[in-house]
Design a protein around this ligand. Structure first.
Ligand SMILES: Nc1ncnc2c1ncn2[C@@H]1O[C@H](COP(=O)(O)OP(=O)(O)O)[C@@H](O)[C@H]1O
Ligand SMILES: [Mg+2]
Length: 285
């Protein structure tokens, strides 16, 4: 009996080993458009649909995922190399046991790794991709060379914009950089802080039209989230809004967005894994 249980356990582990997390980079042209709030609440809502999710906070210097969750991380990504820790040891737990890694100065760090250290990062990261369904990268605003390498290595990018013209033009600039870097990267648009659904769709249509016309590329609408005071109130309490205000307009819209996302989300068929893509950029420089 004991043997059988052991065999079964091993088989399950093997099956789990075949899983590969989908990596999603959450980016924007302009800062303060709601990336981090979206990232946390999107993660929690995916978890409520039985998905395993990890957030990687990569907004260097401005990283604030921990503040939004009312936590102070003990470890950051940089400790992984300093103390040769396992990547599992630097995962922190937020509300509802949401897993996250505090980036520290992680992003620039990755691009400074030598071959040996990168190989270590690669094997540790590949371990992670086996235990999660989604790995979300909360990026800083704007496009630096390093952040563009990083975003375009992901399976998918979500570009967050508000309906404001300044946010839209900066969002367009971000999309332009990404398209130039890798035309095959799937790009989804989140219109945040919209007055209503129609206004949000209008914003998306305008953006999508210029992307088609001037970049000859396509972007898809991920969804529209309303401008809702519940977000600010939740931020002030250092609580994610889906926990603080589950019945609010923004929480309900997010619920719908995640439902649609899971229904239409097809397997990512990029032949290269995230780290394989990233590796090319790290050593190409
Ligand atoms: N849907 C929304 N409705 C109202 N206010 C929002 C919404 N999304 C974000 N905000 C406001 O914008 C601020 C910045 O959000 P944040 O997620 O930190 O942006 P970013 O990560 O893009 O810099 C929040 O503290 C909140 O006050
Ligand atoms: Mg942020």
């Amino acid at each position: 009996m004991k043997d059988q249980a052991e065999v079964l356990r091993r088989r399950i582990q093997e099956m789990e080993g075949e899983k590969q997390a989908k990596t999603i980079a959450i980016a924007s042209g302009k800062g303060g458009v709601g990336k981090s709030n979206f990232c946390i609440n999107f993660a929690l809502q995916l978890m409520r649909n039985d998905k395993k999710v990890l957030i990687f906070d990569l907004d260097i210097g401005m990283g604030n995922i921990d503040i939004l969750m009312g936590k102070s991380p003990r470890r950051t990504f940089v400790d992984l190399f300093r103390e040769e820790m396992s990547i599992r040891d630097i995962i922190e737990l937020g509300p509802e046991s949401l897993s996250y890694i505090a980036g520290g100065s992680g992003l620039s760090h990755i691009f400074e790794l030598d071959q040996t250290k990168f190989a270590y990062f690669q094997s540790e990261f590949e371990e992670l991709t086996k235990s999660f369904d989604y790995i979300l990268f909360d990026m800083g605003a704007g496009a630096t060379q390093d952040s563009l390498h990083f975003i375009s290595s992901a399976h998918e990018a979500i570009v967050v914009t508000t309906p404001e013209p300044t946010s839209l033009t900066d969002g367009y600039a971000m999309i332009k950089h990404l398209v130039h870097k890798d035309k095959s990267l799937p790009i989804k648009i989140l219109v945040n802080r919209s007055l209503n659904e129609k206004n949000g769709r209008n914003t998306f249509d305008r953006l999508s039209l210029v992307v088609e016309r001037f970049l000859e590329a396509e972007v898809a609408l991920l969804g529209v989230l309303p401008d809702d005071r519940s977000v600010l109130e939740a931020v002030n309490k250092q609580q994610p809004f889906v926990i603080d205000r589950p019945k609010s307009k923004v929480s309900r819209s997010l619920e719908e967005l995640v439902r649609d996302y899971l229904n239409e989300s097809h397997s990512h068929e990029s032949p290269l894994s995230f780290v394989d893509k990233l590796k090319r950029f790290v050593f190409e420089r």
